[in-house]
Write a protein that binds this ligand. Structure first.
Ligand SMILES: [Fe+2]
Length: 432
């Protein structure tokens, strides 16, 4: 049954809140208020922050009404760096749960009477509700990363669902022909400003990996001395490699000739050879690519490989416009709490045969985070515009911790090239 727009919004709001609370439920109160890494907020900050963001947009902007405007300062991500957030006068775990529930009750009342046929850009096809849903989904991924950094080994994991194993070996790479394609979108109702406007980009032909780079392949780079060969690293990357003493991906530990890994929260397990490598920074990804005689794809190449076919039709997901399902992509909340083996999703392949472009691991691209031609900041400068420049690299495709409503082939994520705590890996490309 097709849901109406209001029913769909309610369904999405309800779904993301259930996910947030389920994620935090197993965490004891003292761990909710503790900061597990200077890179992250205390979990209880994230929870009240999503409520405050929802209050500002869905009560304030939509209905000119507020519940607790005095909290705006405490939960403004721009006023306080993450490392300073534990010192703020934060709501406690029970108060935060009550606050987000109170906000939500009022938001649903407003939704009941708001006119979504309103033609303002903020309400058009429920846009403002879309950014609030995606914002909370993004914080759920951030909270998952915080729980990973904390490394709670008694955190309950859902049973990994089985994934089909490819019967025949996949080609390592596929060729994407040259020529123009449409990058970005004007059509996606909940797309962010940085995904707009749609514009034509002409590319030369290129080869791109069928799957993300695996642990086994990355381990070969490590054992071949990749971390000790300055020639493989860009200058800033080599300086960082030395300063931070990088020797292997985060959460790996040597075990004789092989590796242990501790990347499903606190569990220690033998490194699964066929899963995409994760917790590598952009510098590590770029060094690997050079070692392999390859390079990272530009974000335009990534998007063409993921969203475009020889039929000239733009796809929301690599497989088409159908909603994500476990047979196509490894995404939250039904995820395996980790990536699935490379080649597990033939039903999720792009027209060129690339798998796992959506889900499993975010993929670093070669590109800086820059505005598209004709970019217009909307609805606020602080979502994208203040981050544009060469400081950040673009990541694409979402991870196993990303929810389907917060990812699509046009979605752009960005982070510093030194960051490793995000669920990021990469695939390689080369000129054809
Ligand atoms: Fe936020």
């Amino acid at each position: 049954m097709e849901l109406g727009l209001k029913e769909r919004i309610e369904h999405e709001l309800d779904g993301v809140r259930r996910r947030s609370l389920e994620l935090l439920d197993p965490v004891p109160p003292d761990e909710l208020v503790r900061q597990h890494s200077p890179l992250m907020s205390p979990l209880v900050w994230d929870l009240a922050h999503v409520g405050n963001y929802e209050e500002q947009w869905l009560l304030g902007s939509v209905a000119s009404t507020r519940l607790a405007p005095h909290l705006d300062g405490v939960y403004d991500a721009f006023l306080h760096a993450r490392r300073d957030r534990p010192a703020l006068a934060l709501l406690g775990p029970a108060e935060a749960r009550r606050y987000v529930g109170d906000v939500r009750g009022r938001v649903l009342d407003v939704l009941d009477r708001v006119d979504l046929d309103d033609t303002t850009a903020l309400l058009d096809r429920g846009f403002v509700y879309g950014i609030v849903v995606q914002h909370e989904q993004q914080h759920d991924e951030t909270m998952t990363a915080a729980i990973q950094l904390w490394g709670a080994d008694d955190y309950p994991l859902s049973q990994p669902w089985p994934v089909p194993v490819s019967a025949k070996p996949l080609p390592a790479e596929v060729v994407v022909p040259g020529g123009p394609f449409v990058m970005g979108t004007d059509m996606e109702p909940w797309a962010y400003d940085n995904e707009r406007p749609a514009h034509t980009v002409d590319l030369l032909p290129f080869w791109i990996d069928t799957t993300p780079v695996t642990n086994k392949a990355f381990a070969a780079f490590v054992s071949d001395g990749g971390y000790d060969d300055a020639r493989l690293w860009v200058q800033a990357g080599w300086a960082w490699r030395q300063e931070a003493e990088l020797r292997h991906p985060q959460f790996w530990a040597p075990d004789g000739a092989g590796w242990w890994v501790r990347d499903r929260f606190g569990r220690v397990e033998t490194l699964p050879p066929d899963e995409p490598v994760q917790h590598v920074c952009w510098y590590e990804a770029a060094a690997y690519a050079r070692w392999a005689g390859r390079r990272l794809p530009s974000e335009a190449e990534w998007e063409k490989a993921a969203s475009w076919g020889s039929d000239g039709v733009k796809r929301r997901f690599p497989w088409g416009n159908a909603a994500p399902a476990p047979v196509r992509a490894n995404l939250a909340p039904a995820s395996r709490f980790g990536p699935a083996s490379a080649g597990s999703f033939p039903a999720g392949a792009s027209p060129w045969g690339c798998q796992q472009m959506v889900g499993d691991v975010w993929e670093w691209t070669a590109s800086d985070f820059l505005p598209y031609p004709g970019f217009r900041a909307f609805p606020y400068r602080e979502y994208s515009e203040v981050f544009f420049g060469s400081e950040y690299k673009v990541l694409r495709g979402g991870s196993w911790a990303t929810h389907p409503s917060a990812v699509r082939t046009t979605f752009r994520n960005w982070d510093f090239p030194i960051r490793r705590h995000i669920f990021a890996g990469f695939r390689c490309a080369r000129d054809a």
